[in-house]
Design a protein around this ligand. Structure first.
Ligand code: ADP
Ligand code: MG
Ligand code: ZN
Length: 712
C-alpha cells in the first residue's frame, strides 16, 4: 500500500522514477513504525528517507540538523516542490519565530527543521499546541559523538526531546560516518530502539578519482579549468595563504572565482558562499573551513591543491562533487613537500601525544593513497573497512589509463649524480643551475662550475627539469629537507638506482585529446534558469538540477507530457516553470528547424550503455590478441596507450575467462607459496594487507596472478 503512494510522491514532488539503493528499505522500516538508522555516503540521498515518510504519515515530521546555513536552502527546495515546510533556528527574530509557531498550530507545515538548541523550548510548545509528531529525523547524526569530527554538545539533548513526546515517535538517524565507535554512540545516545540498519556502502559510482604527483599545480589548474568554464568546482587548499595566492592568480585570468577561509569576515564568507550557490562564481578556492554546509548539487569537480590530513576528510570534501548523481571528478595534486605542512599542523596542535600518534598514522594512510598503484576506489573502500567488489574500476586514474609509467632512467641518474656531486648541500634552484650550467654569481662564487656535472643537462628545458625533479621527490627518490632553506638529498632508493643502474620509472599524466559534444540548448536553458533564479531569489539548482537541464537539452520536450517524463520534474515544478522552459525549447527548435522528440526513448540510452560496457569488455580481448602475438605487457600498454596496470588486469580477466595464458610467468620463482600463505591469513580481497606480509620486492602483479591462478 504505502509503496505505491511512496512511488507516486517520489514522481509527483521530486520527479524521480525510482528509489536508490537503500532508500526503499529504510522507508519501509519507517512506515512500519520502527526506528531506523541510515548510513549512506554524501550525496547518497538520505533526505528522501525522511521526506517521503513525512508526506505519507499523518502529523508532522521534525528534522534536527546542525547546519543553520543549510536549513533555509532545504526548506526552500521543499516548498518549491510543493511540500510545505519551515525551520526554526537562531537566524530568525523573535517575531518571525512567533509567527511560525502560530502557523505550526494551524497545521500549515508537514516538515519542520529544528536546530538542536531549539529542542527544549519547542518540546513544550508542541505539547501545548497538541501537535502530533510521527517522525523525528536526526540528520548528520554523528554530531552526537565525540569520536566523530563535528561533535555538537547540543545534540545530546535530542534523546530527552524524543522521550518526552507522547506517544514516542519513530526515530530516524542519518549519517555518512560509519566507524564502529560513532555508530554505537549514535544508537546509545539517541536511545534508538532496536533500529533497522541500512548501510549502502561508500562507493560513489559517479565519481572519478585521480591522483597526480609532482605536477606544477598552478599550471595544472589553469589548464584544467580551461574547458570547464560552465562547470562548478571547488579547489581545496591547505592554508589561507595558498588560498589567497591561487585566488589572485585565477582572478587575474578573469575566472569567476570565489575565496573562502576562516580568516575572512563572517559577512565576506557568507557572500562568497552565496555567489557560489547562485552560480555567479563557478570556482571556489577554499580551505577546509568551507565545509559541511555545502549542499550544492551540481559541483562537477573537486581539486585538492595539496594533500589533506586524512582520508576521512578527503572523502568528505571530494564527495561534494556530483551529489546530483551526474559525473564528478575528484583530483588530488600531490607534492611530498605538502606532507610537511600537515605534519606541522599535527605537531603544533593542542592534543595528547597518543592522539598525535594516531593522526600521524591516518596521515600516513593518506600519503599511501597518493602512491598506491592499485585501484584508488578500492583503496578508499578498504580503508573504510569495506571489501571492494572489484580490482579494476575503470574509473580512477590507476585503472583508466590516465597515467602511464615513463622510463626516465637517464635523466634521473644525471640529476642524482648532480645532487651527489654538490654533496647534498643545496636546494632545487642551485641544483638546476648546476645542471643547466648557469653562470650566475652564486654558482661562480661557490665554485660550483667546477663540479663534474656542471652543464650536464644544458640542453634540457629548465621547467621540464624542475618537473622531473619534483616527480622524483614525489616518488621518493629525492627528499627535500624540512628546513628554512630546504636542500635536496638522495634516498637509498636513488643510491641503489645509481649503484645498480636500476631503471627509474615515474608516473606521468597522459595528455588526451578530448572531443566534447557541445549542445548550445543546454547553455540557453541554463541562462533561463539563472534569470528565474534571480527573480525568485532561489539558487539555480533548487529550480532544476543540471541533470534535468541536460535531459531537457537532449530530449527537447514540446509537450507537458513529454516534459513530465524528464528526470527531476514533478507536477509542482512543472506548474511553476514548465511554461517558460517549453517556450525556450520551442524557440530553439524553430530556430534550428528541428523536430521535437516526443517519445523519450530511454531504451536508446540503455542500449548505448550496454554498448559501452560491451566495448569495455572487448578491450581485454584486444590486449589478449597482442599478448598472443608475443608482446610483453609493457609493450601492449605502450601500443594501446593504456597503463600497465590496466593491461595487467586485462590479462587476468582473460585468465578468469579461461583463455590460454601462461600465468606462471607473472609469478617469480619461490614466491607462490608465500603469497598463498599470506592470502590464507588475511583473505584474497585485501591486496595491500597481503603485500605487507610478504618480503620486499614481491609485486602486486605476482599477488594478483596467484589469486587468479587459484581462483581465489
Ligand atoms: P545526502 O543527504 O545523503 O548527502 P541528499 O539527500 O542531499 O544526499 O541527496 C543528494 C541528491 O540526490 C539530491 O540532489 C537528490 O535530489 C538526489 N536524489 C535522492 N534520491 C534520489 C532518487 N531516488 N532518484 C534520483 N535522485 C535522487
Ligand atoms: Mg544530507
Ligand atoms: Zn580504479
Amino acid at each position: 500500500m504505502w509503496k505505491n503512494e511512496a512511488l507516486k510522491a517520489l514522481k509527483n514532488y521530486f520527479g524521480y522514477d525510482k528509489f536508490r539503493k537503500g532508500q526503499e528499505k529504510a522507508i519501509e522500516n519507517i512506515m512500519e513504525g520502527r526506528d531506523t538508522f541510515v548510513i549512506m555516503p554524501t550525496g547518497g540521498g538520505k533526505s528522501l528517507c525522511y521526506q517521503i515518510p513525512a508526506l505519507l504519515l499523518e502529523g508532522i515530521t521534525i528534522v534536527v540538523s546542525p547546519l543553520i546555513s543549510l536549513m533555509k536552502d532545504q526548506v526552500d527546495t521543499l516548498n518549491n516542490m510543493g511540500i510545505s515546510s519551515t525551520y526554526i533556528n537562531s537566524s530568525l527574530s523573535r517575531e518571525e519565530i512567533d509567527e511560525k509557531i502560530l502557523e505550526i498550530g494551524e497545521n500549515k507545515y508537514k516538515i519542520i527543521y529544528l536546530a538542536p538548541e531549539r529542542l527544549e523550548t519547542m518540546q513544550g510548545i508542541f505539547k501545548m499546541l497538541d501537535i502530533k509528531i510521527s517522525l523525528v529525523a536526526i540528520d548528520e547524526a554523528h554530531c552526537i559523538s565525540k569520536w566523530g569530527h563535528d561533535f555538537r554538545p547540543s545534540y545530546r539533548k535530542v534523546q530527552y526531546f524524543i522521550e518526552l513526546l507522547e506517544p514516542r515517535p519513530r526515530v530516524l538517524a542519518c549519517t555518512a560516518t560509519a566507524t564502529e565507535l560513532v555508530k554505537q554512540d549514535i544508537i546509545d545516545l539517541l536511545g534508538l530502539r532496536n533500529p533497522g540498519l541500512y548501510f549502502t556502502g561508500f562507493d560513489r559510482e559517479n565519481l572519478t578519482f585521480k591522483v597526480f604527483r609532482g605536477e606544477n599545480k598552478e599550471r595544472f589548474i589553469l589548464e584544467y579549468i580551461q574547458d570547464k568554464k560552465e562547470d562548478s568546482g571547488i579547489i581545496y587548499v591547505a592554508t589561507r595563504n595558498d588560498g589567497e595566492k591561487l585566488y589572485e592568480t585565477l582572478l587575474k585570468k578573469n575566472c569567476r572565482v570565489g575565496l573562502y577561509h576562516a580568516g575572512l569576515s563572517e559577512e565576506k564568507r557568507k557572500s562568497m558562499q552565496e555567489e557560489f550557490m547562485y552560480d555567479n562564481v563557478n570556482i571556489m578556492v577554499a580551505t577546509n573551513a568551507f565545509g559541511m554546509g555545502i549542499d550544492k548539487s551540481n559541483v562537477r569537480y573537486v581539486i585538492h591543491h595539496s594533500v589533506p590530513k586524512n582520508l576521512e576528510a578527503y572523502y568528505q570534501e571530494a564527495g561534494r562533487a556530483g551529489r546530483d548523481g551526474e559525473p564528478g571528478e575528484c583530483i588530488l595534486l600531490f607534492n611530498s613537500g605538502d606532507v610537511f605542512t600537515q605534519r606541522y599542523f599535527i605537531d603544533n596542535s593542542n592534543t595528547s601525544p597518543e592522539r598525535k600518534a594516531q593522526e600521524y598514522n591516518t596521515l600516513r594512510a593518506m600519503v599511501d593513497y597518493c602512491y598506491t598503484s592499485k585501484c584508488l576506489r578500492a583503496y578508499i573502500l578498504e580503508y573504510f573497512g569495506e571489501e571492494a567488489t572489484f580490482i579494476n574500476c575503470s574509473n580512477c586514474s590507476n585503472c583508466n589509463g590516465d597515467v602511464e609509467e615513463k622510463d626516465i632512467t637517464t635523466e634521473a641518474q644525471m640529476i642524482f649524480s648532480c645532487i651527489y656531486r654538490v654533496k647534498e648541500r643545496y636546494g632545487l634552484n642551485t641544483v638546476l643551475d648546476v645542471l643547466k650550467g648557469s653562470q650566475n654569481q652564486k654558482i661562480l662564487k661557490l665554485s660550483l662550475d667546477k663540479v663534474s656535472t656542471y652543464g650536464l643537462m644544458k640542453d634540457y628545458d629548465r621547467k621540464y627539469l624542475e618537473e622531473l625533479t619534483n616527480k622524483l621527490i614525489a616518488d621518493g627518490y629525492i627528499v627535500m629537507t624540512n628546513e628554512e632553506f630546504p636542500v635536496l638529498k638522495l634516498t637509498t632508493k636513488a643510491v641503489n638506482s645509481l649503484k645498480n643502474k636500476e631503471q627509474v620509472f615515474v608516473t606521468v599524466r597522459k595528455i588526451k585529446e578530448v572531443i566534447k559534444k557541445k549542445n548550445d540548448l543546454f547553455n540557453i536553458l541554463k541562462a533561463t534558469r539563472k534569470s528565474i533564479s534571480e527573480e525568485l531569489k532561489l539558487p539555480p539548482y533548487i529550480i532544476f538540477h543540471d541533470a534535468t537541464l541536460k535531459e531537457l537539452s537532449t530530449y527537447m520536450p514540446a509537450t507537458k507530457e513529454a516534459f513530465l517524463n524528464i528526470k527531476g520534474v514533478g507536477e509542482n515544478k512543472f506548474e511553476k516553470y514548465g511554461a517558460q522552459f517549453l517556450e525556450v525549447i520551442k524557440e530553439y527548435l524553430e530556430e534550428k528547424n528541428l523536430k521535437p522528440i516526443d517519445n523519450i526513448n530511454k531504451e536508446d540510452e540503455i542500449n548505448e550503455g550496454i554498448k559501452k560496457v560491451k566495448e569495455k569488455v572487448k578491450s581485454h580481448l584486444q590486449s589478449y590478441e597482442l599478448y598472443k602475438q608475443g608482446l610483453s605487457l609493457k609493450e601492449i600498454a605502450k601500443q594501446r596507450e593504456l597503463s600497465l596496470i590496466t593491461v595487467q588486469s586485462h590479462i587476468f580477466d582473460c585468465v578468469a575467462e579461461g583463455l590460454e595464458i601462461n600465468i606462471e610467468e607473472f609469478i617469480p620463482e619461490g614466491t607462490e607459496n608465500k603469497i598463498l600463505e599470506a592470502i590464507n591469513e588475511v583473505g584474497a580481497a585485501k591486496l595491500k594487507a597481503i603485500k605487507e606480509l610478504l618480503p620486499e620486492g614481491v609485486e602486486y602483479t605476482a599477488i594478483k596472478a596467484v589469486i587468479c591462478k587459484h581462483h581465489l
